[in-house]
Design a protein. Structure first.
Length: 57
């Protein structure tokens, strides 16, 4: 006989309503304001190597 610990969980029933209108946690996440975009300063590496003078053209 197999015990309940040996039975694989039924993920289809566990996550049947995930990311739907019935998923309360997801609905709260959707109400959040969007995160601001990241600001990346000096993203071009102007040091030598293979990338030297690449931004001229």
């Amino acid at each position: 006989m197999t015990s309940l610990a040996d039975m694989p969980p039924n993920y289809e029933t566990m996550f049947a309503h995930r990311f739907t209108s019935e998923d309360k946690e997801y609905q709260e996440y959707l109400k959040r304001p969007a995160d601001p975009p990241p600001i990346v300063e000096e993203w071009r590496n102007r040091s030598g190597g293979n990338q030297r003078n690449r931004d001229r053209y």
